[in-house]
Design a protein around this ligand. Structure first.
Ligand code: ASP
Length: 327
């Protein structure tokens, strides 16, 4: 190697060494936009706001939530994937939008593994099958029989193709061998309002969103989506134990950034997310909402990347096997 080239390379290395940490040291110097691909008031939005608020206190800059909702979350994810990779656009989303919908759309406007970089896991959520208050079933068995006998008139709600509530509902319906009309919303926040008002019959949604309305007696919980019952709903059996063995759907949420976001910024955001999830008040709030918080090993950007891949490997074939045709 010539002396000049060697010195040139040294110079380049020094520049890289200076820009990486230097960028992160000053970052952030202005508000950060956190894209949430579902409507305000739903579970993804609620978790983003609890976590975003605390992250913003620690970062000393505002985090502005942008509810870019629609098309099962694909509109918001596409917006984030096209965002400037400078640390001022981040995405708070769930595995439905990044993994499940690969099986559900003929063509997606992004590649979740190539166009985004993982920042950190924010927790895993159980789901609950809830019906409107007046639904004529008092337990899962009666629910299943009623839906089977009334497929033409029963309606279930979900937050669009590829949403968590779609995955929960489509696996349920496929295992119950029923076909019912689906009512799409821009998020399960607005869907829940309509379920409380009795405008459709049932949905499967994250516990985060439905616990308060269950506790208020405004909707009926007929089964939980995990293999174990939830501490918050000890009297509600699992769907698995109630007559659909093998039914299990949990939804992880995570923070991502557009591909090309400097590694030093990703590392900083991951560290701040970790601090927020270690905060006693935040932990309590999230655990009360049945969110399973990540361990240290699960909390790294690489672990979230691996989690995403594992979810794609698990759910894409499972959804295809359920016989749902891509849109
Ligand atoms: N998490 C919900 C779903 O995917 C959507 C939402 O957050 O509103 O069904």
């Amino acid at each position: 190697m010539s002396r000049r080239l060697f010195i040139g390379l040294m110079g380049a290395a020094a520049v890289v060494a200076l820009t990486g940490p230097a960028v992160a040291q000053n970052y952030p110097t202005k508000p950060i936009t956190m894209i949430v691909p579902f409507a305000a008031g739903g579970p993804t939005d609620a978790l983003a706001r609890v976590i975003g608020q605390k992250m913003s206190e620690k970062l000393g800059q505002q985090i502005v939530v942008d509810n870019a909702a629609g098309a099962g979350g694909t509109i918001g994810v596409a917006k984030a994937a096209r965002g400037a990779p400078d640390g001022y656009t981040v995405l708070f989303t769930h595995m439905g939008t990044l993994a499940v919908n690969i099986a559900l759309y003929k063509s997606l406007p992004y590649d979740s593994q190539k166009d985004l970089v993982p920042v950190g896991l924010a927790g895993t959520n159980p789901m609950v099958l809830v019906t409107k208050k007046g639904f004529p079933a008092k337990d899962f068995k009666e629910f299943k029989d009623y839906v089977a006998a009334n497929q033409k008139k029963v309606q279930y709600g979900m937050a669009g193709i590829g949403a968590a509530s779609h995955l929960g509902g489509l696996m349920l319906n496929s295992m119950m061998k029923v076909e019912v009309l689906e009512i799409p919303y821009k998020g399960t926040g607005p869907a829940l309002n309509d379920l409380v008002a009795g405008q459709f019959d049932y949905m499967v949604d994250q516990a985060v969103n439905v616990l308060a309305q269950i506790q208020a007696g405004n909707i009926k919980p007929l089964g939980v989506s995990t293999k174990k019952r939830l501490a918050q709903l000890p009297d509600v059996p699992t769907i698995d134990e109630s007559g659909l063995p093998g039914y299990e759907v949990t939804i992880w949420n995570g923070l991502f950034a557009p591909k090309g976001t400097p590694e030093a910024i990703v590392t900083k955001l991951n560290a701040v997310l970790g601090e927020v999830l270690a905060d006693e008040a935040v932990r309590k709030r999230l655990m009360d909402l049945a969110v399973d918080l990540p361990t240290k090993e699960e909390a790294t950007p690489a672990a979230l990347g691996a989690q995403l891949k594992a979810s794609i490997d698990k759910w894409v074939p499972a959804v295809k096997a359920a016989g749902v045709q891509p849109e």
